[in-house]
Design a binder for this molecule. Structure first.
Ligand code: SAH
Length: 395
């Protein structure tokens, strides 16, 4: 069995059950032949700490599968972990009105590098680490036995794989290929999602619980939905009786799907304007034109992809929040988000506070939001928290 022996005093994070071992903690490696294969982990004084996946190209040299000293990583191991993930989501799986949700959330479900999202009859998977790639076939086999689905599709096309020395890949893993769009249900609403080419695995499942809060603030409101994608937040605003809705996104394709989603739900498209534009520029245009709104959603893409980008990202968040606060009528509501893992909740709040100060706005936080319960954060793995949001009452 291949072995990884840690340097002296580098076992503390493993004892805290953090699943990553960085390259600078590794003292010696024995008998490793293949990327992704299982290694037994030992401290400098020879104590067995568990088993993980070897990733020679990555700074995260080992991702830990199990903290048990005598763990065997095999088909049964993965079956058990997958069953745990399913049990954890039992309530969601039984909810008749929710057909799309995350089934496996990587490190936080004890399956580093592995994402499984369910979209009705289809599963969409991401295998983002060397270990995940190594066990891919087995995991797909177990999924087909555990869940009666029509097809399993791979979207391992994110940027993370490069850091693991893996190239991007997507395609059918099992069964039928998903059609161009798949209908999913989110409470009272239905969405079309493009599982093969859409963002992430097709839809922003992590925002489901936050979208559902929108109707409470929408009755009669003029709503501006920035970074709208396929209209997620906007649909809920219409559902809540918005007087008007303006969706903004740079992607014309996403907005076209937003349009179809509105029609599909029988909502009034007369009240909707879809603008394909850059939010930074459009907010300035609206400011200059003195346009006003009652509810604004800011759900931008990840501005900080690394620790080095935090400063620049902070300027971006401040800019859009400041402009949004100026566009709100007194008593208006701002839903503002950041999905940059490198910006933690206190920093995000500080950025929004800075924006309010410069906007001369009197702002109160009325809700603190995060990613949905199907995207849990394992306590020893704070890196799992990436989405944070604030609902603010302005003026
Ligand atoms: N709120 C959406 C998810 C938003 S994802 C939902 O709940 O489903 C972020 C979106 O921002 C993407 O659709 C992307 O196309 C868009 N985007 C990225 N940069 C942009 C910019 N500068 N201006 C407008 N849209 C942008």
């Amino acid at each position: 069995m291949a072995k990884v022996i840690l340097r002296k005093k580098r076992d503390a994070s493993v004892h805290r059950r953090h699943p990553w071992i960085f390259s600078n903690s590794v003292h010696r490696v024995e008998g490793v032949e293949q990327r992704g294969e299982t290694v037994q982990i030992y401290s400098a004084d020879g104590a067995s700490l568990g088993a993980g996946a070897w990733s020679p190209a990555s700074q995260i040299r080992v991702r830990i599968w199990s903290f048990e000293a005598d763990a065997t990583i095999d088909a049964d191991f993965f079956r058990e972990r997958l069953m745990q993930s399913l049990r954890f989501r039992e309530a969601l799986r039984r909810a008749p009105a929710i057909s799309a949700y995350r089934l496996v959330n990587a490190e936080s479900d004890g399956l580093p590098g592995i994402i499984v999202d369910r979209y009705g009859e289809y599963l969409v998977c991401q295998f983002l680490s060397a270990g995940a790639e190594y066990w891919k076939e087995e995991i797909v086999r177990q999924l087909t036995e555990l869940l009666p689905v029509e097809g399993i599709y791979e979207r391992s096309d994110g940027e993370n794989r490069a850091r693991e020395g893996l190239s991007p890949v997507s395609g059918v893993l099992w069964g039928r290929e998903p059609p161009d769009t798949v209908e999913i249900q989110e409470g009272k609403l239905r969405y079309l999602a493009d599982l093969r080419k859409g963002h992430k695995t097709g839809f922003y499942l992590d925002q489901r619980e936050n979208r559902a809060m929108i109707p409470e603030f929408s009755a009669g409101a003029d709503v501006l939905n920035c970074f709208a994608y396929t209209g997620g937040f906007g649909l809920w605003a219409l559902q809540g009786g918005a007087g008007s809705l303006t969706n903004v996104d740079t992607s014309a394709d996403a907005l076209a799907l937003a349009r179809r989603n509105i029609d599909r739900n029988g909502l009034d498209s007369q009240r909707v304007e879809n603008i394909s534009a850059d939010v930074f520029q459009l907010l300035r245009k609206f400011r200059d034109a003195d346009r006003k709104f009652d509810l604004i959603v800011l759900d931008p893409p990840k501005f900080a992809g690394s620790a080095g980008q935090v400063k620049r990202a902070a300027r971006g968040y401040k800019d859009i929040n400041l402009l949004a606060m100026k566009l709100l009528r007194p008593g208006g509501t701002l839903f503002t988000f950041s999905c940059s893992g490198h910006i933690d909740p206190p920093l995000f709040q500080k950025i929004v506070a800075g924006a309010a100060l410069d906007a001369g706005a009197d702002v109160r936080i009325i809700r603190f939001l995060s990613q949905g319960a199907d995207h849990p954060v394992a306590l020893p793995f704070p890196e799992g928290l990436y989405l944070k949001g604030l609902v603010c009452r302005v003026g």
